[in-house]
Design a binder for this molecule. Sequence first.
Ligand code: AMP
Ligand code: MG
Length: 290
Amino acid sequence: MMGKPDKALPTGWTTSPREALRVTNTGPIAQYDAASTPGYTGDKQAGTAALIERGAHLADLQEMLFANGRSRGHRSVLLVVQGMDTAGKGGIVRHVGGLVDPQGLAITGFGKPTPEELTHDFLWRIHRALPPAGKIGIFDRSHYEDVLPVRVHNLVPERVWSQRYDLITQFEREVVAAGTTVLKVALVVSREKQKQRLIDRLNDPTKYWKFDPSDVEERGFWEDYLEAYQTIFDRTDGDHAPWYLIGADRKWFSRLAVCELLIDALEGLNLGWPAATFDVEVERARVAAL
Ligand code: AMP
Ligand code: MG
């Protein structure tokens, strides 16, 4: 196994989240149990408590990344969040992103391309949203939409979308080479749980705004989406930009898992606190004399 040996596993985990959830170890998405918690033995109560405790650690690491960015460090982290409707992408942004200083985040949601975006190549808007040094970028949907609905509905001809897997791999390699750690999570919701969540939205006036009638039609393309996702994993997973498959029927688990993967990514940067750019003793004396 790659990486740091002998690193203690977080409490409740029997396998590191990075191994347990990596798409090369989970098997195909079509067979994935969306209610499973691979690698984790705790229940909802333990997992919810763990998110708070581990969130404090994530916040410390994020501050260190931010401090390095302020001191000419060039590192950043990009978390790509994909998943079918109701999988809880927004909840990841809110509940995991919400664990750290919002000033250290660069969050972008990608909806249907605007007329201006459509005049450019599909990676144009993605480039512009990449996190600067010191920040954690979170993409709520991403360039992968250009091989998801675009492929399922042939919004561009097959000869165009079929080239995008290689273009994406090349793009991500460049992003990583420039100093950004890329991790990609696919939230896997079951068909039954999606139906339940759609019903919940219709039964609660405070959730009407989340309901999109076109989501009902998209459900009819379930198998096509699974196939499109599987092609993404087969063609764009790599150690440079790994994909993780995370069950989303239990939201407490998907949030904890993403938190752990982010911690792992940040620890992997091996950062320290930036050294003083001034003489500490001299400054101490000057302040004492104020
Ligand atoms: P939401 O995330 O609920 O705001 O919905 C955003 C919508 O935009 C979803 O239906 C996405 O599938 C769609 N979308 C995002 N990116 C693209 C794209 N590149 N091409 C077509 N549809 C897209
Ligand atoms: Mg939607």
